[in-house]
Design a binder for this molecule. Structure first.
Ligand code: NI
Length: 184
């Protein structure tokens, strides 16, 4: 099932999501819905809060990434916990399906160690680096109630205020289904 993607300004995007309790939701279905919704928007990552479900789960699929240097990677992350972030911080212009039309340079650590469960409740502990680490860090932020715009300087935020206001009113030019928090 394809869900509308919540746009910037929705309060669900700003709260820390709850841990998933085993047996309380159909994890397989939710994972599939996240992948399907992400694919409909040509995304490379999507977190449950972005479809209005405040749960600690996100998916990553790099097949839509226009970067041949990155290996194909597809994974569900349930109740993830970042254990360590190391390596040199590097900058990249990030975007977000909930903040269409805005891309900003964000610095993140190069290497990430993370533990999580998959959709079959199998535990994992892995190390990622480079672009895959960055996508995971971005999605992890979503389940902690953080958006990339939270890292911008006050000046930059002021410059984007009009654009962000328009996004929260649903004035966006995208070919996927969105849900705006503010009535036009
Ligand atoms: Ni995002």
């Amino acid at each position: 099932m394809i869900y509308p993607i919540l746009l910037y300004g929705d309060p669900v995007l700003k709260v820390k999501a709850k841990e998933v309790e085993k047996g309380t939701i159909d994890l397989f279905k939710l994972s599939e819905d996240l992948f399907e919704t992400m694919k409909s928007a040509s995304g490379i990552g999507l977190a449950a809060p972005q479809i209005g479900k405040s749960l600690k789960i996100f998916v990553v699929d790099t097949s839509h990434l226009q970067d041949e240097a990155v290996n194909e990677f597809k994974q569900v992350f349930v109740n993830p916990k970042i254990l360590e972030e190391t390596g040199r911080p590097w900058g990249f212009e990030e975007g977000c399906l909930s903040i269409p039309g805005i891309r900003e340079m964000i610095n993140r650590n190069e290497v990430l160690r993370i533990k999580y469960y998959d959709e079959n409740w199998e535990p994992h502990e892995d190390t990622f680096d480079g672009m895959i680490a960055r996508i995971i860090q971005h999605e992890y932020d979503h389940i902690m109630g953080t958006l990339f715009t939270d890292y911008l300087t006050p000046l930059k935020k002021r410059l984007l205020k009009g654009k962000l206001g328009n996004i929260s009113k649903g004035k966006v030019d995208v070919d996927y289904i969105v849900k705006a928090p503010v009535k036009k």
